[in-house]
Write a protein that binds this ligand. Structure first.
Ligand SMILES: [Zn+2]
Length: 456
């Protein structure tokens, strides 16, 4: 690994590259670094964005580390530990990823890597996922340097590469390469939570900030079917394609049993309570009725109450009148917290023995305590800024870098605060077109992040 201690801007400047410490300017500049991650190791590279951040931090007096794999110097990460006033207390990790998914400029109404600030939004790929949080973290660090702020506990900031493709150059690699970077860390905050949303049901409404306290497991399954190749006019009893279709049909249509994990239960109960609705979460029928009743307010819960096996990729054949000898498929498998054993016990029977299968990726579900000091500190920080809001735990449908840190015993929370926009603008376009984040939401979020980190 290469680990460079950054004590002054690499180009000898003061690090004043394009913007001051304002979170909107910082985000706009970060978006202008094209950090596209195409997956399978292909990427525009995060180094320019990483070294710009390191330059800014160094110019403010911090000494961040810039870390990259020896075989991929362009896939750089920045890690900075800010010592707390009481170093005996468990440390907190604040992580954000610098890479972004690809953007096709023709589909956008603005240039995706121009960092446009217009109509009350910051526009561009990464604006909402998740250079917004990176910019808020950076703004906080620059302010702390200027004001001489010291948090109570150690806070480790990590600006990471490669989240969008599984973290082999980012979080997962760092954990393996040098776990001491995260020594003493007990909890982490990162993406997918802390964003304002209205809960609505009929004429009832509640101000809400969902906070991720769990993530479903996500596993990718590759199926390979083999059969006799030959002329399609003389089919045999089974072909690779037919065998594969039979298995995919079973997987796609399998109704996985309901598994109401504690975070999803807490989400449904909290949402119903905030809206003054009575629900029964003790029976399967009750949970189904609750999901129906809450509708949009239940958000992702309708997906996280059970596992799913969704075929997404198919590959077979090269000519319509030729039976191919091999057919393959990839299946996206999602697993609620606490259901992994049952899922893995059921899958082999469901797949059967007519095709071969292997997991090409395998991340187990994670969950963090919903009671205790960390969640309470998040709640308190939100309430200081928005006293009437409810803070409700939830289980993410997908996954984040938090999974990479979980083996170190780090409890991962989805808390990247974003406030309500007074004009009702909302963040949009994550992984889609015209990604943007409201300026007012971003500024609110930065204040809450700073306040949270000072008090936690
Ligand atoms: Zn993200």
């Amino acid at each position: 690994m290469t680990a460079e201690r950054w004590t002054e801007a690499a180009d000898g400047s003061s690090g004043e590259v394009g913007s001051g410490g304002d979170v909107v300017d910082l985000l706009s500049t970060l978006i202008r670094f094209d950090t596209t991650n195409w997956g399978r190791g292909r990427s525009a590279g995060e180094r320019k964005a990483a070294t710009w951040i390191a330059d800014r931090l160094a110019a403010a007096g911090w000494s961040p580390l810039v870390l990259a794999r020896d075989d991929a110097p362009e896939r750089a990460n920045v890690v900075l530990r800010v010592p707390g006033s009481d170093r005996a207390r468990p440390a907190l990790l604040v992580h954000g990823h610098l890479d972004v998914v690809p953007a096709a400029p023709d589909d956008w109404s603005v240039e995706p890597f121009a960092g446009v600030v217009e109509d009350g939004y910051v526009w561009g790929r990464g604006a909402a996922d998740m250079k917004d949080m990176c910019a808020a973290s950076l703004a906080t660090l620059l302010r702390w340097a200027g004001d001489g702020v010291q948090p109570e506990r150690d806070v480790v900031f990590a600006f990471l590469a490669d989240e969008e493709a599984g973290g082999r150059y980012g979080a997962r690699w760092l954990v393996r390469a040098d776990a001491s970077l995260f020594a003493g860390v007990e909890a982490a905050i990162g993406e997918s939570g802390g964003m304002f949303r209205w809960l609505r049901h009929g004429d009832r409404s509640a101000r809400c900030y969902p906070v991720g306290t769990a993530e479903r497991g996500s596993m990718h399954l590759r199926l390979t079917a083999r059969g006799a190749a030959g002329h399609a006019s003389r089919p045999g009893p089974t072909s690779a394609v037919t065998l594969l279709i039979d298995v995919l049909h079973r997987l796609a249509h399998h109704r996985w049993p309901m598994h109401l994990s504690p975070p999803v239960r807490a989400q449904l109960a909290g949402t119903a309570e905030a809206l003054g609705l009575a629900v029964d979460l003790d029976t399967e029928a009750g949970v189904e009725a609750c999901l129906e009743l809450l509708g949009h307010a239940a958000d992702v819960a309708k997906f996280t109450v059970r596992a799913s096996t969704t075929p997404t990729m198919l590959d077979a054949g090269y000519k319509v009148n030729v039976i191919p000898g091999v057919a393959t498929a990839e299946v996206d498998v999602r697993c609620p917290p606490g259901f992994a054993d049952q899922l893995e016990a059921t899958l082999p029977g469901l797949i059967g023995d007519t095709v071969e299968y292997e997991f090409t990726s395998h991340s187990l579900p994670i969950s963090a305590p919903m009671d205790g000091p960390w969640f309470e500190a998040i709640q308190d920080a939100v309430h200081r800024a928005d006293p009437k809001a409810v803070v409700i735990p939830y289980c993410m449908g997908g996954g984040t870098d938090a999974k990479a840190f979980a083996p170190l015993g780090i409890a991962g929370y989805g808390f990247a605060p974003l406030g309500e926009d007074p004009q009702g603008r909302i963040r949009q376009g994550v992984h889609g077109v015209d990604e943007r984040v409201p300026v007012a939401s971003l500024r609110w979020g930065e204040r809450v992040l700073d306040d949270f980190l000072r008090h936690v």
